[in-house]
Design a protein around this ligand. Structure first.
Ligand code: FMN
Ligand code: SF4
Length: 792
C-alpha cells in the first residue's frame, strides 16, 4: 500500500516536470490577458460616463487641423482677422466660445451619444436671458464674405441700439463671425456650444450665409458634416437643439442658374433643411435668397431686418415661442402638404378626428349649455328690420355671442380661428400659406390681383342666419336671425383681427419653403376678405369697421348671404361687394342654405334689387357655388333670370368644396355632389350662352382651374378688346379719399386693370412665376375638397 502511494507521487512529479513549462506559460498568459481586459473595461466606462460636452472653451488645439484639402483659401487670405484665430473679442468682455490657434481639420471623431445635444439638457431648463448671434459664412470669391460683414454691422447696431439694457448678461449681445473654412465644425455643428457658467441664460442663434457652387468646394465638406452628424447613430439627430434658433441666407447667380429647379441657391436650400433637422425645427426666420447680379443687397437687408425682429421676439418670449411643426423631420420636403389644421392646430390625425366629431351648435343651444335661460336675455333686436338704428343693439347690455367658456369657442379655436372680442374671428387661409411658400395664390389673384400672402380673412360676426349644407366651417358657428348680443367696438375688432393675423403669419416662419421676401411682405396686410364664417353685415358697426380698413389702405371684399336687405342697402362703399347665390329658385335655396328666416326668398329678391342699384357705384359680384344634384341641373336658365335682375359686374362660378363634416353628411352631401372642373366649365358655357341669347352683355373672362373657379364678366370690363377684371388698388384708395374730401363719386370702371394673359379663360389661371404643386395626382380635371381648396 505504502509502495503504491510512493509510486503515485513519483508519477505525478514526473508528469509535472514534463508539463510544467507549458502550464506555467498558459497561466501567465491567462492572467496577463485578464489584467489587460479589466484595464480596458475601466477606461471605456470612464469615457462613456463622461458628461463633459466638447465645450468650445475646453477643446484642445491639437484636436483640430486645417479644414480638409478642399479648403479653398489659406488662413492668411481671409480679411477677417479675428476670425482667422476664431477668437472674437466681445464688447462685454466675453470671448468667443472657442479660442483656437489655427485652421482645423474635421477628423471624423464624434463625441459619444451621451456627450452632445441631448434634449432636455440643463441648457434648455435655464431661462433665456441673452442671445448671442453667430454669423457663419463661406465664400470662395469674396462676395458672401462682404455681405457677411454687412450683416455683422447690422446686428452690431441692433445690439447696441435696441437691446435696452446695460447688463451685458442680458439682451442681444454683439455678434460673432466665423468663416466656415476655418471654424471647427465639431465645436459648432456636432453639438451646440454650451453657455458659459457665468451666463447660463445665454443662447446662441446661428445666422448662416453661403453661396452655391455646382463644383466640389468647402461647402460640400460642410454639408457633408451636417449629413454625417444627423445620421451618426451615436449622436442625437437633433444635436443642435440647444440653439435658440437659426436662419440661412443664400447667394447665387440667376444669370447662370435662373430658377431654383435649375440650381439657384441650391446649397443654401440644402443647408436650411439640414439645420431644421439638426436643431429640431428651430428655423427662426425663413430662408432668404439673393441674386448677386441683381437683388442680393436689398434681399439681405430685408432678411436681416426680419431676423432682428425675431431675435427681439425670442428675447421677449424666452424662446421661439409658438411655432409650427413642419420642418426637421425626415418627411420634410418642398412637396409636403400642410393644410390649416396640420400647421396651426396640431396633428393631422387630431384634425381628422375633430372633423368627424363636428356638430352644429346653435346659439340657442349654447345658452342652454351654459345653463343660462333665453328668457333671462335682453329682448332680441331684429336689426334686419327696415329702419332699425344700427346703434340700438349696442345700448342693450347683452350676453356675449361666443363666450370663452362655450363649446363654440372651443370648437372654433380648435379649427384655427382666433376669436376676437366676443363675436369676431380671424383665420389664416390655406392660400395665404401657399403664397408664402411661392406656390400660388387663390383665384382672387388670377381674377382680381389679390396676392394671398397679403390677405387677411376675417369676420366681425361669427353668427349667421343660414345653415348652408356646404358650409365648411363644420357647422360650429352660431346661428340666429337677430342680433341680441353684446356689441364690441370696431376699434377692438380691428386691432384684434390684425394682431391675430400677424401672429399666425409669424407662426409660419419655420415652415419649410416659406420665402423670406414673401414673409416680410406678409407683415403688412393689404386686403381683407370679410367672408370667413358668419355674416359680416350682421355686425351693427360694419361701416365704421370698413372705414378703419380703408384708412390703412386695406382693400375690402365683403360677402353677404342675401338675407339682410336693410343692412345691404345701408352698407357703404367696399372694394368689391359679393352676394352668395346658392340656388336659382326658392325650393333649391331652402334646401341648400337652410335659412332661418321664413321670408328668406323675399329677402333674397330684395337684395338682388339693391345690388342692381349699386352696380354703377360698387363692383358687384354674384358668387355661385355649384353642388351636383342640388343646384346645377337645368338651373342655368334660373340663374340667368337672377343675373338679369341684378346685372352684377361679375359672376364667379365655383364647384362646391367637399369638407366631409357631419353637417354636410346630414344633408346628404357626399363627394358625388362635388362637380369636376369640366362640369363646372360646361355649366359656365351654358349660362353664358343663355345670357347672350337674352342679349345680356356678358362673357367668360378668366379661370382658376386649380380651385374649380370661372369668372363671367359684364362687357363693361371688356375695354379696348381686352378683359379688365383686375383691380387697381392704389387708384381705388385715391378715388375713395377724393370722394371723402370733396364728394366726387366714382364707378367700378374707374379702378380696373387688365387681366393677365395666363388668367384668361382657356389659359388655366396659374401664375407661371409660382411653383405648381399637384396634390396626390390631382390634375386639371379636379374636384374641390377642403384639403386642396380652402378659399371662403
Ligand atoms: C463654378 C461656379 C459654380 C456656381 N454654381 C452655382 C450654382 O449652382 N447655383 C447658384 O445659384 N450659383 C452658382 N454660382 C454663382 C455663385 O454662387 C455666386 O457667384 C456667388 O456670389 C459666389 O459667392 P462667393 O463670392 O462668396 O464665393 C457658381 C459660380 C461659379 C464660379
Ligand atoms: S382664399 Fe380668401 S382669404 Fe384666402 S387669400 Fe384668397 S381671398 Fe384671401
Amino acid at each position: 500500500m505504502a509502495d503504491s502511494s510512493v509510486a503515485a507521487v513519483e508519477g505525478l512529479l514526473a508528469l509535472w516536470h514534463f508539463y510544467r513549462l507549458p502550464v506555467l506559460f498558459g497561466l501567465f498568459t491567462f492572467f496577463l490577458s485578464l489584467h489587460a481586459y479589466r484595464k480596458l473595461q475601466r477606461r471605456s466606462k470612464t469615457a462613456a460616463s463622461s458628461s463633459i460636452p466638447p465645450s468650445p472653451r475646453d477643446s484642445s488645439p491639437e484636436k483640430t487641423e486645417k479644414l480638409g484639402a478642399s479648403a479653398i483659401r489659406s488662413k492668411d487670405s481671409t480679411p477677417v482677422d479675428s476670425e482667422k484665430k476664431n477668437l472674437q473679442p466681445l464688447d462685454n468682455g466675453r470671448r468667443s466660445p472657442k479660442p483656437v490657434s489655427g485652421p482645423k481639420r474635421v477628423q471624423g471623431k464624434k463625441p459619444l451619444k451621451a456627450l452632445g445635444g441631448r434634449r432636455g439638457d440643463s441648457v434648455e431648463s435655464q431661462p433665456l436671458t441673452s442671445i448671442q448671434p453667430i454669423v457663419f459664412f463661406a465664400s470662395l470669391t469674396g462676395t458672401t464674405e462682404k455681405y457677411a460683414q454687412v450683416l455683422l454691422e447690422d446686428l452690431r447696431s441692433a445690439a447696441r441700439s435696441r437691446s435696452g439694457t446695460d447688463n451685458p448678461e442680458q439682451g442681444l449681445l454683439l455678434p460673432q463671425i466665423h468663416d466656415l473654412s476655418y471654424a471647427d465644425l465639431d465645436d459648432y455643428f456636432t453639438s451646440a456650444p454650451k453657455p458659459p457658467s457665468t451666463a447660463p441664460g445665454l443662447r446662441y442663434v446661428y445666422c448662416l450665409l453661403i453661396p452655391s457652387y455646382n463644383i466640389d468646394t468647402v461647402i460640400n465638406t460642410f454639408l457633408g458634416h451636417l449629413d454625417e452628424t444627423h445620421h451618426d447613430f451615436r449622436i442625437d439627430t437633433s444635436s443642435l437643439s440647444n440653439l435658440a434658433g437659426y436662419s440661412v441666407f443664400g447667394f447665387g447667380d440667376k444669370e447662370g442658374w435662373p430658377s431654383e429647379e435649375e440650381g439657384f441657391c441650391s446649397q443654401a436650400k440644402e443647408l436650411d433643411r439640414w439645420m431644421a433637422k439638426l436643431t429640431g425645427k428651430k428655423r427662426a426666420y425663413p430662408l432668404g435668397l439673393g441674386d448677386v447680379k441683381s437683388d442680393a443687397e436689398q434681399a439681405l437687408k430685408e432678411w436681416s431686418r426680419g431676423l432682428q425682429d425675431i431675435l427681439f421676439d425670442i428675447l421677449e418670449q424666452g424662446g421661439l415661442g409658438e411655432g409650427v411643426p413642419g420642418s426637421g423631420d425626415p418627411l420634410e420636403s418642398d412637396e409636403e402638404e400642410l393644410d390649416d389644421e396640420d400647421v396651426l392646430d396640431g396633428t393631422k390625425s387630431q384634425s381628422r378626428k375633430r372633423n368627424k366629431d363636428q356638430i352644429v351648435v346653435d346659439l340657442e343651444d349654447i345658452n342652454l349649455v351654459d345653463g343660462q335661460t333665453i328668457g333671462g336675455a335682453p329682448i332680441p333686436v331684429d336689426f334686419t328690420t327696415a329702419g332699425t338704428s344700427s346703434s340700438r343693439p349696442a345700448e342693450v347690455s347683452a350676453k356675449e355671442m361666443v363666450p370663452k367658456t362655450s363649446p363654440t369657442y372651443a370648437a372654433l379655436t380648435k379649427q384655427g380661428y382666433t376669436i376676437v372680442g366676443s363675436h369676431s374671428g380671424v383665420k389664416i387661409c390655406r392660400w395665404t400659406k401657399s403664397a408664402l411658400r411661392g406656390r400660388g395664390s387663390c383665384y382672387k389673384y388670377s381674377f382680381y390681383g389679390i396676392r394671398s400672402h397679403l390677405c387677411m380673412e376675417a369676420t366681425p360676426s361669427l353668427s349667421c342666419s343660414n345653415k348652408c349644407i356646404f358650409c365648411w366651417r363644420h357647422g360650429t358657428n352660431p346661428v340666429g336671425t337677430t342680433w341680441r348680443w353684446k356689441v364690441d367696438s370696431p376699434e377692438l375688432i380691428f386691432q384684434g383681427v390684425k394682431e391675430g393675423h400677424y401672429k399666425k403669419i409669424k407662426m409660419m416662419r419655420g415652415v419649410p419653403g416659406v420665402r423670406a421676401e414673401r414673409f416680410a411682405e406678409a407683415m403688412r396686410i393689404r386686403h381683407c376678405a370679410l367672408s370667413l364664417v358668419g355674416e359680416p353685415i350682421f355686425y351693427p358697426h360694419i361701416n365704421q369697421f370698413l372705414d378703419m380698413l380703408h384708412s390703412e389702405h386695406i382693400s375690402s371684399f365683403l360677402v353677404c348671404n342675401a338675407q339682410h336687405p336693410d343692412q345691404l342697402a345701408s352698407l357703404q362703399r367696399v372694394t368689391q361687394l359679393y352676394v352668395s347665390i346658392d340656388a336659382s329658385n326658392r325650393d333649391s335655396l331652402r334646401k341648400i342654405d337652410r335659412p332661418l328666416h321664413r321670408d328668406f326668398w323675399e329677402r333674397f329678391q330684395k337684395c338682388l334689387e339693391i345690388l342692381r342699384e349699386k352696380r354703377h357705384v360698387q363692383r358687384t359680384v354674384f358668387r355661385l357655388t355649384l353642388v351636383k344634384g342640388f343646384n346645377i341641373e337645368d338651373e342655368a336658365s334660373g340663374y340667368a333670370d337672377l343675373v338679369e335682375k341684378a346685372l352684377p359686374c361679375f359672376v364667379e362660378i365655383k364647384g362646391v368644396t367637399y369638407c366631409g363634416t357631419s353637417t354636410s353628411a346630414g344633408a346628404g352631401l357626399t363627394m358625388k355632389n362635388v362637380p369636376f372642373y369640366e362640369e363646372v366649365s360646361q355649366f359656365v358655357v351654358a349660362l353664358n350662352n343663355e345670357l347672350q341669347r337674352r342679349g345680356l352683355k356678358y362673357g367668360i373672362a378668366a379661370e382658376h382651374a386649380h380651385s374649380c373657379c370661372v369668372l363671367l364678366a359684364s362687357e363693361r370690363f371688356h375695354i379696348n378688346g381686352k378683359w379688365h377684371t383686375r383691380i387697381d388698388y392704389d387708384r381705388f384708395f385715391e378715388l375713395l379719399e377724393k370722394e371723402k374730401s370733396d364728394g366726387t363719386s366714382f364707378a367700378p370702371e374707374d379702378y380696373t386693370r387688365e387681366t393677365e394673359d395666363w388668367a384668361l379663360w382657356g389659359n388655366g389661371g396659374f401664375d407661371p412665376n409660382d411653383e405648381r404643386v399637384y396634390n396626390r395626382g390631382k390634375n386639371r380635371n379636379r374636384k374641390n375638397v377642403a384639403e386642396v381648396a380652402g378659399e371662403p
